[in-house]
Design a protein around this ligand. Structure first.
Ligand code: C5P
Ligand code: MG
Length: 297
């Protein structure tokens, strides 16, 4: 039996032997992939985080902007606001990725960060008709292999839920400009609320930050009819908070989780290995998710 399992990874999914791949329980991964393949594409849904999961963490040694940071453009905000947003990032991002604090401890800080940034953005009276240009001028980049990922899911009619604590309007524009905003893509995120003149006046609905995705999963994702009857989930994220994105799936059968470990690698490796089925260490590609999907669908 062992030899057969071995074969699955080596020959059917050689990508699982890439140097960036770490798995605590290779056997569980293989069994889950097999079970998902038996059930087929019609029983599958993919739930993915956006910033630093579908988008790259870095390119040529430089950080790639998150959806919030794409807004750092003079078309939208002034120098003072840029400065304040940077200060907030320098204060709160280290807390977000701190290996020594629990999600529960981080939660109030995340609420503080998002609330302050959203207030700053509202003060700037951001114009809706400038967003597309800001995305064009930004250094945003999706991971290598993103086209195969999005197009493949569309072709096999597997719904993709993008669940992001970033800015929904910006996220949609990024995937639109990359030509992959297909009809099977659903987005749950923080959306801007514009007044009749197209000026930002608020953010819609319940705030989503890195560590409250469970609430959004239960209240919003669970209601998406397109995801019903699909008990098998491939989940992609870069934060431990992303693991709760599938909590709205009723009666899940098989859930395979893939975690991109981008930053604080040595400090967090153990935590990630214990939490995700597959950990991708400093891997800026979609190679492994694509290989798994090729095998399942
Ligand atoms: O799409 P995702 O859920 O990953 O979006 C959240 C990410 O955006 C967080 O990981 C956080 O580091 C980043 N962020 C940011 N600037 C903010 C708030 C969050 O870059 N003001
Ligand atoms: Mg992320």
């Amino acid at each position: 039996v062992l030899a057969v399992w071995h074969q699955l990874t080596k020959t059917e999914i050689p990508e699982l032997s890439k140097g960036s791949v770490v798995m605590r329980e290779r056997r569980r991964v293989e069994e889950t992939i097999r079970a998902m393949r038996r059930a087929g594409a019609c029983r599958l849904q993919v739930i993915s985080d956006f910033d630093m999961t579908l988008s790259r963490f870095a390119h040529n040694g430089r950080r790639v902007p998150t959806t919030h940071n794409i807004l750092d453009n003079r078309l939208l905000i002034n120098e003072e606001c840029t400065k304040k947003m940077k200060e907030l990032l320098n204060t709160y991002y280290p807390i977000e990725i701190d290996a020594s604090r629990s999600a529960k401890e981080k939660l109030p800080f995340m609420v503080e960060w998002w609330t302050k940034v959203h207030e700053l953005l509202i003060e700037q009276r951001i114009r809706k008709d400038m967003l597309a240009q800001a995305v064009k001028e930004s250094r945003t980049m999706l991971r290598d292999g993103y086209k195969v990922f999005f197009d493949g899911l569309h072709e096999s009619q597997v719904p993709l839920l993008i669940f992001s604590a970033g800015v929904g309007d910006v996220l949609e524009e990024v995937i639109r400009q990359n030509g992959v905003f297909h009809s099977n893509v659903h987005v749950i995120s923080n959306y801007m609320d514009f007044d009749h003149a197209g000026v930002l006046r608020a953010f819609k609905g319940q705030l989503i930050h890195t560590f409250n995705k469970r609430e959004g999963a239960v209240t919003q994702a669970a209601g998406l009819a397109q995801l019903h009857g699909r008990p098998n989930v491939l989940l992609l994220g870069d934060s431990l908070g992303d693991l709760t994105m599938a909590d709205g799936v009723s009666d899940p059968h098989h859930v395979l989780t893939v975690g991109f470990l981008n930053d604080q690698v040595e400090e967090r490796k153990e935590l990630y290995m214990n939490a995700f089925d597959i950990v991708l260490v400093r891997d800026e590609t979609m190679d492994v998710p694509n290989a798994i999907l090729r095998n399942i669908t």
